[in-house]
Every structure is written in structure tokens, then in C-alpha cells.
Design a protein around this ligand. Structure first.
Ligand code: NAP
Length: 248
């Protein structure tokens, strides 16, 4: 039976690379996005080109009603979920903690933490054998920032990924006996548009020489780790973290 993967924030970057690779691995793919409809449709076109079914669904993951609708549409259009990739994430302009507003901190945690929790909740309701589901996998896209703390750049973002890591550990144990594996990837410095949101589009080039591998990573390299954690090859792996960070 075809496996169905829902990827949040898949209109570009790591989410889009994961969608394209998932299609090549035979998944039908639900491509969630916040506002970039055309980019999401282009990802779906590539999914279809690879011979899979694809669907672009707009939903703000921080909004409970939008998240419920996202999963409902995925159920209706593609069928029963197999894998959730909790990938949608944001950061804001580089700043020291003493300059962060309450609204900014709320925005970061709303998308990166509340969004991941709400999507995980909808996935567990569908996948858990205790709800009549057939089991499956959740892959959280965390960040090396959860270990490093991102001083002088975005401690709020790093801390939101720390919360995601804690959720990965707790949820993996909560649902382990119900057929669901929960793991995370911690990407390092990856060449995507997210660095421009932090106000430094050239951040990868600046930091790359100081990394053990002396280069940034690609979204495709992170997607490989996500697909492995989602796959049957990782059938005895849960509550685990893959560092896709070039040795940092
Ligand atoms: P990106 O290029 O900025 O893409 C972010 C994606 O998230 C876009 O598809 C965006 O949709 C979507 N998104 C943003 N807010 C959303 C919301 N409220 N609801 C639903 N979707 C939303 O980011 P990326 O670099 O690929 O990062 C993907 C994940 O990897 C994030 O969780 C990030 O924290 C993590 N990560 C990235 C790096 C890195 O160096 N790039 C390193 C470590 C971890 P629209 O296009 O519609 O706005």
C-alpha cells in the first residue's frame, strides 16, 4: 500500500527537498505551506513528475483549526497518514535576548513549538493503534541550535528547538507501544532562505569555514536523514536524534 507523508512547511528549503525525495521513495505527499502557494504547487508538480500523488494545503501550523483542517484534507484527498514530518519553523532577525519583545518570543514558540505539538497530536490520533491506527512515524526537524544555544543570534529559536527535542523524547516513549516511532533530525548550517529571515542571507558562507567539514549542508542532505528515520529501515529507532551538521 502507498505510504502517505505530510510535511509541514514544504514550499521551500528542507521541507521541499524532503517532499521531492519522499516522492522518489514512493510516498504520496501532502505539501503544507503558510503563504507561498505557487512554490508549494511547484513542489507538488515535482512530486507528480516522480510518479506519486501530491497535494498542496495552506495552513498556519500555529493555529489549531488550520491544523485540524490540514490533516482532514490530507485524509480525504490522499488517504490514511503514514508519516508526519514536523518541519515548519521560523526565526527572526538576529538579536540579543535583552532586545527581544514578548510578541517575538510568542511568534517563535507559536510556530516552532505549538505548531509541532498540534501536528504531532493530529498524527498520533490517526497513527496510534490505541485509536485504531496502523502505526507510523513522526520526524521532527529540530536544529543543532538546541545544543548550541545561538548566543547573539536567536536564543528564542534555539530554545524552541530544545522544546521540540524534549517533546521528541517524551512522545517517543508515550507512543512506543502504539506503533509510532518519534525521532528528530538536528540540521546544522543548511543552505536555505531561512538565514535571510534572520537578516543575514550570507550566514552560511560566513560560518562555513569554521565548521569541521568547512561547508554548509544542503536541504537534500537533511532530507536523506529524514527519509531514513521515516523508513522501515529505522524500525527499531525511536527517541533518537541524527546530527546533520557537518561535525559541529
Ligand atoms: P525556510 O526555507 O525558511 O522554509 C520554511 C518553511 O516553513 C516554508 O515552507 C514556510 O512556508 C513554512 N512556514 C513558516 N511558517 C509557517 C507556519 N506558521 N505554518 C506552516 N508553514 C510555515 O526554512 P528551512 O531552512 O527549510 O527550515 C526548515 C526547518 O529546518 C525549520 O524547522 C528550521 O528551523 C529547521 N532548520 C533549518 C536550518 C537551516 O540552516 N536552514 C538549520 C537547522 C534547522 P511559506 O513559504 O508558505 O512561508
Amino acid at each position: 500500500m502507498t505510504r502517505i507523508m505530510l510535511i509541514t512547511g514544504a514550499s521551500r528549503g528542507i521541507g521541499a527537498a524532503t517532499a521531492r525525495l519522499a516522492a522518489r521513495h514512493g510516498y504520496d505527499v501532502c505539501v503544507n505551506y503558510a503563504s507561498a502557494r505557487e512554490q508549494a504547487e511547484a513542489v507538488v508538480a515535482d512530486v507528480v513528475k516522480a510518479g506519486a500523488k501530491g497535494l498542496a494545503v495552506q495552513a498556519d501550523v500555529s493555529d489549531p483549526n488550520s491544523v485540524e483542517r490540514l490533516f482532514h484534507v490530507c485524509d480525504l484527498e490522499l488517504g490514511p497518514l503514514s508519516v508526519l514530518v514536523n518541519n515548519a519553523g521560523i526565526l527572526e532577525t538576529q538579536a540579543r535576548l535583552e532586545d527581544m519583545t514578548g510578541d517575538r518570543i510568542d511568534r517563535i514558540f507559536a510556530v516552532n513549538v505549538r505548531g509541532a505539538f498540534l501536528c504531532a497530536r493530529e498524527a498520533v490520533r490517526r497513527l496510534s493503534t490505541s485509536h485504531g491506527g496502523k502505526g507510523g512515524a513522526i520526524v521532527n526537524v529540530s536544529s543543532a541550535a538546541a545544543r548550541l544555544g545561538s548566543p547573539g543570534e536567536y536564543i528564542d529559536y534555539a530554545a524552541s528547538k530544545g522544546a521540540m527535542d524534549t517533546m521528541t523524547i517524551g512522545l517517543s516513549q508515550e507512543v512506543a507501544a502504539e506503533g509510532i516511532r518519534v525521532n528528530a533530525v538536528r540540521p546544522g548550517i543548511i543552505e536555505t532562505d531561512i538565514h535571510a529571515s534572520g537578516g543575514e542571507p550570507g550566514r552560511v558562507a560566513r560560518i562555513a569555514p569554521a565548521l569541521p567539514m568547512q561547508r554548509g549542508g544542503t536541504a537534500d542532505e537533511v532530507a536523506e536523514a529524514i527519509l531514513w528515520l521515516a523508513s522501515e529501515e529505522a524500525s527499531y529507532v525511536t527517541g533518537s536524534f541524527i546530527e546533520a551538521s557537518g561535525g559541529r
